[in-house]
Design a protein around this ligand. Sequence first.
Ligand SMILES: [Mg+2]
Length: 369
Amino acid sequence: MYIKHVSIRRICNPIKRPYRTAFGSQNAFNSILVSLNSGDYTGWGEASPGGGPFFSSEYDLTEYCVSRDFIVPQLLGKDIPSGEDLQNILAPIRGHRFAKAAFDVAWWDLHSQLQKIPLYRALGSTSNTCHIGYTFGVMDSFDELLAGIEQVTRLGYPRVKLKFCPGWELDMLAAVRSTFPNLTIHIDCNSAYTLSDLAMLKKLDQFQLAMIEQPLQHDDLIDHATLQSKIGTPVCLDESITTPEQAQQAISIKACQYINIKYGRVGGITPALQIHQLCADHGIGCWLGGMGESSLGTTVVASLATLPHINYPSDISPSEKFYVQNLGKPVLTTNQPGTYQLRDNPGLDVVPDPDALHKFTVEKEDFYA
Ligand SMILES: [Mg+2]
């Protein structure tokens, strides 16, 4: 398809209350938002690396600059027939996968609109339904956490994920497991540990966790393989998997039994589909994660989460949990907590809410072929 007009924006969307993880505390989610126009149709793509170089070395400002200076000049006025072609054009740009992801998603939105099919069908899914779990960050007390878990399990969420870091670890987990002996639980360490913590990590086996997500260094595969050989609980990689090639290497050295696929972290829908296929080919579990996207991004995550080899409930946070006002419209909602059903309209079928777009845009630039 011919790319006639491109817009790029840097977005700062405030959240209701601070969100605390191993990286610290944040009061807003920062993202970049891209539109690709091809005549009568406009595709939108959001990627949410955050407002600082903490989850990865990329953040909203770096991705905005790379988009403006290097990506837009490569795509504007070009005919781009596939997601693979878009990725090949951008391949000389090293890293900056969040920026690439925003363009890749906008391409898929545009493509599925032109094909007049919903995005999830364009990705190869036959089902419009995905299953989702609920994530709890570090909280003020165990009582607050236990009450939260009680509430979401009663609502119907099939599993919970607990952020896990020094100061919020084995005692917290013991309290949760003793209160909820049969609940499917996994923990996410966001790289808070090293192999010197092996004794503590071995103790996790007693809690019957579904998996331990990213316990070790953010770009490590080898130590994770060592850890996996010494503990019974499955290791899931998140931060360490930024390309399909790294997924292949992780699988080859048995560094993980699951991969949490985040489309922003891996550079878009196109590489996410490749990682999903690698997992399917090698019997590795996979599921989808989010980065605090608005409804524009969570609907992409939900669409990917309908893929046939997704075998664990994904992380797609209900937007009312975070945002005062959602950037995307309509907001991804469900009347059956633990499940999302995607609409059957063509494309992503989510566009920016004009009022939110105006309020939360930090900077913006337009480019015409
Ligand atoms: Mg994670």
